[in-house]
Design a protein around this ligand. Structure first.
Ligand SMILES: NC(=O)c1ccc[n+]([C@@H]2O[C@H](COP(=O)([O-])OP(=O)(O)OC[C@H]3O[C@@H](n4cnc5c(N)ncnc54)[C@H](O)[C@@H]3O)[C@@H](O)[C@H]2O)c1
Length: 449
């Protein structure tokens, strides 16, 4: 029997018995739900994170992700099947290691794989024959084979022979209660048959459907294609918003009507720009890799530039509409920005367009406050250092009356929009939230932008 075959069949047996020990590296928006889902399936799971404070909060059962049910983490800890650690030597006791660390953009807005490389170095230091290593972080097509694999092989073990390697992109949609880690089909890719077989055996036990593809690079590309598709369509709908607005047509009404077409159309909705860890980032990875291999993706690039420019364009429109409607110049205007998360009902400001709008309005001379139930204080961010430490103001009748205008940048559920509608002088709604909730605001005081 070949070494690789016996190692593979040993691990497969452990997977089938659900006795394989799983270790996730990174306990963020992707790694933690994944670790808990695997633990809830019956596998013993350890979550490794360099953030010691997060590790101790998780081990004491605290709900570190707001949209989790109250007891999801504490139940997992109490079951004895899940624990968190900051000790990388735990990697040596695992049978399957899942890398779920950040893969952001560098300050020059290029792919930054430094966290993935660091995690791979941890694994390389503790790797054991027979382990299955899976990269879940978003990377450019080819990175698992060209960047991660050589690091893992540094100590002489070979991928596909002594250990197994694959890529499986996360499709987590934070806060989405319909599409959860368990019921979202999962793409699995590997460059050899044993690794692919093990990925299939493992993920088929965890998620409703595992979708094998022929290589790591193909699986990596799937993720970038999904997000590039969103990027292009978001840019398109925001462009249409402006053009249709100039024609006196409500883009939201157009989209709702177009969405009744049962084929060939998928609705995308306007907004203040794109944010989060995926949609602004993946197209950059795609574009960078395309250039690297001598190709190009001009449509994706154009969409990126258009999306990147959206917060500035919105700030400009707010300034001109404020002057036209209320005779208030932006210089010295008192404004309230409602919501700083990049999307509804989560505590995440990564790449948030709301912060970019706030920054831009202040650069134009406005005096801005913000309200966000998820952020009593604005956290440190690389792109908006001057905003960190600001405090959310309470949303009261008295406060609302003080502002020349309120700008709805994030449509969090737990905001009293009726109060906002009643007592604001002028509202800029980037999310169509008042219409969606059936809250009537007279047209003079509401601008959908
Ligand atoms: N957030 C999303 O909605 C989403 C969706 C799909 C895919 N992704 C991708 O998943 C990956 C992870 O994203 P996330 O949102 O979970 O990030 P996150 O920032 O929420 O969490 C990452 C965690 O990894 C930890 N970490 C960093 N380096 C580490 C190391 N060397 N060892 C151990 N822990 C380490 C950090 O402390 C942090 O807790 C990224 O590649 C991202 O692009 C994210």
């Amino acid at each position: 029997m070949n070494a690789d075959f016996s190692l593979c069949s040993d691990l497969k047996q452990k997977i089938q018995q659900r006795s394989a020990r799983i270790l996730t590296i990174g306990l963020g928006y992707v790694g933690l739900p994944l670790a808990l889902t695997i633990s809830e399936t019956g596998f013993p799971v350890i979550g490794l994170d360099i953030n010691k404070s997060r590790v101790s909060k998780i081990n004491s059962g605290q709900r570190v992700i707001s949209y989790f049910s109250e007891s999801r983490i504490s139940d997992a800890i109490a079951s004895g099947g899940f624990t968190a650690t900051s000790d990388p030597s735990e990697i040596s006791h695992a049978n399957i290691v899942l890398i779920c660390v950040p893969s952001p953009l560098s300050p020059t807005r290029e792919p930054d794989l430094s966290y993935v490389i660091k995690a791979a170095e941890y694994v390389a230091a503790w790797i054991k024959p027979g382990q299955l290593i899976v990269v879940e972080s978003t990377v450019w097509p080819g990175a698992t084979a060209e960047v991660v694999k050589p690091i893992l092989e540094q100590r002489g073990l070979l991928a596909g022979k002594d250990f197994f390697l694959g890529f499986s992109p996360e499709r987590e949609d934070p806060g989405n209660e319909t599409h959860t880690t368990r019921n979202i089909p999962k793409i699995i890719g590997a460059d050899d048959a044993h690794s692919r077989d093990l990925l299939d055996a493992f993920y088929s036990q965890i998620v409703s459907q595992a979708v094998p593809v022929s290589s790591c690079a193909t699986a990596e590309a799937v993720k970038l294609v999904e997000n590039s598709f969103r990027t292009v369509n978001i840019a398109l709908v925001n462009e249409l918003k402006v053009a249709l607005g100039a024609m006196g047509i409500d883009v939201w009404e157009v989209i709702e009507a177009a969405a009744t077409k049962p084929f060939g159309y998928m609705p995308f909705y306007p907004g203040p720009g794109i944010g989060g860890d995926c949609i602004p980032v993946s197209p950059v990875y795609m574009s960078w890799r395309a250039r690297d291999v001598g190709a190009s993706v001009p449509i994706i690039d154009l969409a990126r530039f258009s999306n990147d420019a959206a917060p500035d364009a919105l700030a400009g429109r707010i300034a001109s509409d404020l002057l036209a409607r209320s005779a208030v110049p932006i210089q010295g205007a008192n404004l309230l920005v409602l919501g700083i998360s990049y999307k509804r009902d989560i505590e995440d400001t990564r790449e948030s367009p709301a912060l970019a709008i706030l920054d831009r309005l202040e650069a134009m001379g406005a005096i801005c406050d913000y309200h966000d139930p998820y952020f009593p204080v604005i956290p440190k961010t690389r792109d908006h250092p001057s905003l960190s430490g600001r405090r959310s103001i309470p949303l009261t009748e008295c406060a609302l009356r003080e502002y020349d205008s309120v700008i709805v940048t994030t449509d969090h559920s737990m905001v009293d929009y009726s109060l906002v509608a009643q007592f604001s002088h002028l509202i800029f709604d980037t999310r169509n939230v008042f219409h969606k909730r059936g809250i009537v605001v007279d047209g003079i005081r509401l601008v959908k932008i």
